[in-house]
Design a protein around this ligand. Structure first.
Ligand SMILES: O=C(O)CCC(=O)C(=O)O
Ligand SMILES: [Fe+2]
Length: 250
């Protein structure tokens, strides 16, 4: 416990986004997730808060750096394919992101729970950034996606990543790609771990639907929004269990 507290997301009584710990508590009775998590900015390199990067195990810094670089390459390739599938220039998403886009790593540990019906490992939410790369536990399922009012299990496959579309992608694709509501359930007899890498546009960028995807058949669905502002709204709404994307509609 002491080791974890060295990296706590509460410093001098102030809640910080990065570090070890659960969500900020903003309301009495707010339901917290059944999870232990560490959240770190991993990209751009010069903005890392290394004092929050655990030194045990010793290899973590090196491995996380390598993992970040490889995830970046992978994401760029996937984003090129995604742009092509929308008949946009293949660099559409990649050029918006630029080279120094923010990437965050979230290490999720969901302990087993004697009353799994009463808690979520992670409550229903959508991801705010552009795209998330999830490395799930090899053989413990737990992630579920809401589709047409039903919760569908996301199956895992050894050595496969899960790519999740985030709100920024839904906005930029004018709603063609959907940012799904998803949640993580717990089990009475199994723990689960996952690593989620969130890739976002720079806070000062303004994003909106691609011009090519707005036409008479498909009118503009979302406002143009400054990313920083969207995140402020997102954080508040997330804690209240609401979706920021509903607020972003024109
Ligand atoms: O643990 C998972 O599989 C999903 C994690 C997730 O949705 C998140 O961290 O936003
Ligand atoms: Fe998520």
């Amino acid at each position: 416990m002491e080791e974890k507290q060295k990296y706590s997301n509460i410093r001098d009584g102030q809640f910080g986004k990065e570090g070890y710990g659960n969500d900020e508590i903003i309301a009495e009775g707010q339901i917290l997730d059944w999870t232990d998590r560490l959240f770190l900015l991993v990209q751009p390199g010069d903005a890392r808060k290394l004092e929050l990067w655990p030194t045990n195990p010793n290899s973590l810094r090196y491995v996380l750096h390598e993992y970040t670089m490889k995830t970046k390459k992978l994401v760029e390739n996937v984003l090129k394919t995604a742009a092509k599938s929308l008949e946009l220039n293949e660099d559409f998403f990649v050029s918006h992101l630029g080279d120094k886009f923010p990437m965050f790593a979230r290490f999720n540990y969901y302990p087993c729970c004697l009353k799994p019906d009463l808690v979520f490992g992670l409550k229903p939410h959508s991801d705010g950034p552009l795209i998330t790369v999830i490395l799930p536990e090899k053989d413990v399922e737990g992630l579920q996606v809401l589709k047409d009012g039903e919760w569908i299990k996301v199956t895992t496959s050894p050595d496969a990543f899960i790519f999740n579309i985030g709100d920024q992608m839904e906005i930029m694709s004018n709603g063609i790609f959907k940012s799904p509501v998803h949640r993580v359930v717990t089990f009475s007899d199994k723990d689960r771990i996952s690593i989620a890498m969130f890739c976002a546009n720079l806070p000062e960028k303004v994003i909106g639907p691609a011009d090519e995807l707005v036409n008479d058949m498909r009118p503009r669905m979302y406002k143009n929004l400054k990313v920083k502002y969207y995140f402020e709204v997102f954080s508040q709404m997330f804690l209240q269990g609401k979706r920021a994307i509903d607020w972003a509609h024109v």
